[in-house]
Ligand binder design. Sequence first.
Ligand SMILES: O=C(O)CCC(=O)C(=O)O
Ligand SMILES: [Fe+2]
Length: 468
Amino acid sequence: MPTATAAASTSDLHDPNSAAYKKARRRHLKAARSRQHAEHETDWTPFRAAEKKYKARFPPPDLSDVLDLATLNTSRAEEVLRGAWHGRADAVAYREIELNGDNDAGPSTGRRAYIFPDIPGLVLLPSFVDPEGQRRLVRWALCEQACHPNETNLDTHYVLPESGLWNKYIRIRKEECEDESVQPRAALYSSPTESAAAEAPGPRRLVSNEPASKENYDTLSSTPKPPAAPSPSVQPLRVSALVPRLRWANIGWSYHWGTKQYDFSKGKGTIDQGVRSVCKRAVRAVRWDRVFEDDNSTAGDWGEDGPDWDSWHETYEPDAGIVNFYQTKDTLMAHVDRSEVCATSPLVSVSYVLDLVPGHLNLSAESDSLGCAAVFLIGGLTREVKPTAILLRSGDAVIMSGPACRRAYHGVPRVLEGTLPPHLESGTDGDWAVYEEYLRNSRINVNVRQVFQRGFDPTAPTRHAGDT
Ligand SMILES: O=C(O)CCC(=O)C(=O)O
Ligand SMILES: [Fe+2]
């Protein structure tokens, strides 16, 4: 089981006299030599340059131009020291705004939101989930979301345990029974050609998709969305070896990763009442008049109905999302989430608190990252815009909204090793040890969107995306 030594060796990487540093340097020089002529960058852009900078394993990237608001908060001091990774509170221009007072948005005492003059519509809510809430969310994501009926990246290629991969894994650990082998799905196909177009399991692919809108909605929704074929080269793997290969789980409307459009024919999966209500609380907590007071986008940029942020407190209704599971070596490349017909309404990167007694939801907070911290990059409508770098730590939440931000390129070039906060270590809670072990090398993000305006049912025969 990885322990505090993992964090110590991460810090060693910042010390040029340490053995770990010297070894990483030798490796880096060797790799750089063999790469020298192979690299021909045709798509070099400011976004690409930033990704490359933060992805670099050696030398460890300098984070002094990464906004790190946790450095302002003395109660997060221990967390900030973890892994020797920290950014600066003055790295980026921002404004602090108050949240709406105690109302149905929940108590906001002491909480603040941060907005960015260069990216109108981006709202950062540091420490939005308290430590207990973060633990509950982690359990929720792994036990309840990464399993049937939700689709995960592993379902295409493996016949996953009925009870869910993680649930099986913790049972194996708890009962000390034998680690079971999970069979490849391709073995079920009678003809090898049936699985010929398969894609090997791996990170999310970049597909250039057409932005969804009311006008092209019918065409996009009727575009064929064939199921991805299982890879014929996948070998049986033990449950414990598959767990770190979990990358995403779909929630709500089913996202078709091959075309990067939603597949409405699959029907609307549930977005659990808990997550819906927390996202709504986040949107209600934000003073949108303050967020957009200096926005100089035109009414047309907002679509035919013009700016509608003043009604979000009532009209915002999340209906789709992705739970992302990152290992520390994983990255999420620059992309725009443009498959939603609602092109300006808030996308909430949220974690939530869930009372694990079934049927008894007890929600109090929300967040973006859980587990290790990460560098989040957000730029503009093209990759030519130099992105802003923000360090997201466990419990932080991000809202992307409005025309400038909702369709801005963004990505996660780095999950920072050794940054698991002290409150996610097991302490006296024996049950938590298996989660702690997973989280030492992982980050979980819950990314919730609104595809359609409230009340619209795409499966009703006579309706169009523009209907209300
Ligand atoms: O992990 C994150 O913070 C961002 C995830 C994201 O951008 C996405 O799922 O589209
Ligand atoms: Fe995204």
